[in-house]
Ligand binder design. Structure first.
Ligand code: NAD
Length: 368
């Protein structure tokens, strides 16, 4: 196999700032671990609109479909708030997700011990937490037809339709089982089979995929409302959770907040395997472009760096190096290094975005 290709789309606001730090990490892996990436950089969001009058140029879209992985910073900002809907920065990101057909959205909730006191839950409930929510991203109630607001008699009726085909459920279930095999080997599938036919089909299909190809993975089912309670009561009971688009939207945000700051949360969106066997993949931090702190050196680059760690693990099959990167971040945090968003304790001078990037590079060097 040739060099692994990576398309970097820094985007807007703090996106370019945190991406500079990711580039330092990529360079470190190139110089010290022989991981040679063919990296190209391009525009997305407001930056693309400023240059080309569109939030994603066709050429950039074409590149995204060819590379092994895309890493995106963030898009959006007040400057673009009054643009026509079709030109808004977010449309660039939505187009990438749609044309790459990224149906499996991975949202880890991982608690670094040094930050356990940031959670709203008790330290013993979240310390050491490492779960992964797999959310179906391209179907379900956000896309189902019929939809709209109609008039019936003398009042309006809002309509959305929850619709899932077996193949849509099957492919996201496979994605969850594959992940579980690389982690704690446990999947919990969440739906509302007690009140929704789509939930009955979901449960049945997940069971069939499990019996056919993944019987070595432990599978359980839970109603999504009970799942939300269990996530807050004892989240460490879970390894991989797989669920639909709507429940996944809510459950992944709930799980994310178990661990503290937005500046720490990575994500991945995966699609079908390409010819080389790697899934189409887009990695991005959960946070937005944070215009309130952009340009001030205050952004925490860790969410974006952790997104690159996910790329190492899920696109480039470099799980050991992904572990090394995550452990280096843990080491930096446990020595007390904090960016502005992670302050809380008295007497700590925050690191700038670039100082945090440098500290992680130093910790990587210490790891070899
Ligand atoms: P946001 O995530 O940009 O910021 C929310 C709050 O968290 C802000 O106070 C910000 O300073 C802080 N924050 C976020 N990331 C941080 C980091 N890495 N380090 C330190 N602090 C951080 O959400 P918002 O303010 O609602 O949205 C701002 C813009 O971003 C909007 O234009 C929105 O549409 C866009 N947005 C884009 C994405 C994306 O690109 N995927 C996601 C969400 C919002």
């Amino acid at each position: 196999m040739g060099k692994s290709s990576l398309l970097i789309l820094p985007g807007d606001g703090i996106g370019p700032e945190v991406m500079v730090e990711v580039r330092k990490i990529i360079d470190w892996f190139g110089s010290n671990r022989g991981l040679d990436f063919d990296v190209t950089e391009d525009l997305v969001g407001g930056a693309a609109y400023d240059a080309h009058g569109t939030p994603l140029h066709d050429e950039t879209m074409a590149k995204a479909l060819l590379v092994d992985a895309v890493l995106l910073g963030a898009v959006g900002g007040p400057k673009y708030d009054n643009l026509d809907f079709s030109l808004k920065p977010e449309r660039g990101l939505l187009r990438l997700r749609k044309e790459m057909d990224l149906y499996s959205n991975l949202r880890p909730a991982q608690c670094f011990d040094a930050l356990a006191n940031f959670s709203s839950l008790k330290t013993e409930v979240v310390s050491g937490l490492d779960i992964m929510i797999v959310r179906e991203l391209t179907s379900g109630i956000y896309f189902g037809e019929p939809r709209g607001i109609i008039t019936e008699g003398n009042e309006r009726v809002g309509i959305n339709t929850q619709r899932y085909t077996e193949s849509e459920i099957e492919r996201v279930a496979r994605s969850a089982f594959e992940l579980a095999k690389r982690r704690g080997n446990k999947v919990c599938s969440m739906e509302k089979a007690n009140v929704m036919e789509s939930g009955v089909l979901w449960r049945d299909t997940v069971d069939k995929v499990h019996q056919a190809d993944y019987s070595e993975v432990e599978l359980s089912h839970m109603y999504a409302d009970a799942g939300a309670m269990q996530l807050c009561r004892w989240p460490k009971q879970f390894d991989v959770i797989v669920t639909d688009n709507l429940f996944g939207d809510i459950l992944s945000d709930t799980a994310a907040m178990l661990t503290g700051s937005l500046g720490m949360l990575p994500s991945a969106s995966l699609g079908a395997p390409m010819e080389n066997g790697r899934p189409k993949a887009l990695y991005e931090p959960v946070h937005g472009s944070a215009p309130d702190i952009a340009g001030q050196g205050k952004a925490n680059p860790i969410a974006c760096i952790l997104s690159f760690a996910m790329a190492l693990r899920y696109s480039f099959d470099e799980g050991v190096e992904a572990d090394r990167l995550e452990q280096s971040i843990e080491n930096v945090l446990s020595k007390g290094a904090r960016t502005h968003d992670l302050l809380g304790e008295e007497g700590i001078t925050p690191l700038s975005t670039s100082e945090m990037g440098d500290a992680i590079v130093d910790a990587l060097t210490d790891s070899i």
